[in-house]
Design a protein around this ligand. Sequence first.
Ligand SMILES: CC(C)(COP(=O)(O)OP(=O)(O)OC[C@H]1O[C@@H](n2cnc3c(N)ncnc32)[C@H](O)[C@@H]1OP(=O)(O)O)[C@@H](O)C(=O)NCCC(=O)NCCS
Length: 268
Amino acid sequence: MRYRPLTIGPDVVDIWRWPLDVGMDDLPRYVTALSDGEFARASRFVHERDRLRFIVGRGKLREIIGRYLGVPARRLSFACNAFGKPRLAASRPPLHFNLSHTGGMAVLAVSDRYHVGIDIEKIVPLREDVAGHFFSPGERLTLRNVPPDGYLEAFYRCWTRKEAFVKAHGAGLSLPLEAFDVSIDSVGEPKLLRLEGDPEAPAQWRLLNLALPAGFVGAMAALTAGNDISLRYRSDETAKDMREEMPLAAPVRRASSNNQLFNRASRM
Ligand SMILES: CC(C)(COP(=O)(O)OP(=O)(O)OC[C@H]1O[C@@H](n2cnc3c(N)ncnc32)[C@H](O)[C@@H]1OP(=O)(O)O)[C@@H](O)C(=O)NCCC(=O)NCCS
């Protein structure tokens, strides 16, 4: 079915969330959305659960991005920047996006104007001093003053804010995790507090908490040059989406699609 392309609007970042564990009936549409390279990557996963989750994550990402661009999911072409951050190979006007997945859940941030990064984590007990390895001295100090019953959530707030910033920044792991500080507290809007060598950065970046099911923590970062932004949570089901996506024309059936799918699926 062809849809009117989704729009985003000024100073809004769209947030999509979906489960990665789906029934076998839902799988074919995601398999057919993948490029050959993605299909090959899926085939290399050792564990079936990881393979299926990758397919659903990447397939749904393609579906969603395709809906903004008015392009079928399969026809999208992705590239990576020098540090591995995925982007659209060609998109005018540009569409920025970033994906994160954990514990069977995926989230996607989409913006038509700002570089974005997103990270979610499932809250699980820590087996080692992760903060000691990855956080900046300032963040470690702040965490030390958190009461024990709030430590785990505070740790994950810090982790996801740092990760979202790294992913939005685009320099990947070449950006030392000690080179910047994020706020850790749960009250108010999260903040980038410091970025080494760039005193203007805290005013240029926005960090926002994600509303997620209990047991998960997440953050979104965007380089807005000081503009305020808000998050808009989107889903296939909301009435607003349905209105925006009134079909433009009668569905076009492609006789070969099922055969292609099952040829592909049988190779997995
Ligand atoms: C790969 C990385 C970008 C995120 O990894 P992650 O947190 O394990 O995984 P997430 O689920 O949040 O994100 C994965 C998605 O991010 C995207 N991605 C991959 N490389 C990326 C990069 N360099 N920049 C931004 N996004 C990237 C991809 O869409 C990827 O999805 P895919 O695996 O299905 O292709 C990288 O930052 C990483 O390895 N981080 C962990 C290292 C660390 O020490 N973090 C400490 C934070 S305090």
